[in-house]
Design a protein around this ligand. Structure first.
Ligand SMILES: [Zn+2]
Length: 109
């Protein structure tokens, strides 16, 4: 049960692009394999259901959307900044950068 739901990432469309995306596709495939393995472990050893997985995926998606909306907005002057910088380019205040997921996928896949 359930394998397709986790792996349907739409890799079939990649070959339609004219640029060479071979390396990215390879990394995506590896990432999908890791995700799939983790999901199998969670089902087998953790007894999680697909509904629970979907719920958590939805939570993460919401959280990331929220992070994108808020992280580059200066808490001091309210101006929007480039998401890559840590200090406001208008007033110099420290920007709140959510580093919770920094390096999550830093392992070699
Ligand atoms: Zn500012």
């Amino acid at each position: 049960m359930g394998r397709g739901a986790v792996t349907d990432v739409g890799t079939s469309d990649i070959h339609l692009m004219k640029v060479d995306l071979g390396e990215i596709k390879q990394k995506l495939d590896s990432l999908v394999n890791v995700t799939e393995a983790l999901w199998e472990l969670l089902q087998e050893k953790g007894g999680y259901s697909e509904d629970e997985l979907k719920e958590i995926v939805a939570e993460i998606t919401d959280k990331k959307t929220e992070m994108r909306k808020s992280k580059n907005e200066c808490p001091s002057c309210g101006m929007k900044n480039n998401p890559k910088i840590t200090k406001c380019m208008y007033c110099g205040a420290e920007l709140t950068v959510n580093e919770e997921f920094k390096g999550v996928f830093s392992f070699n896949i």
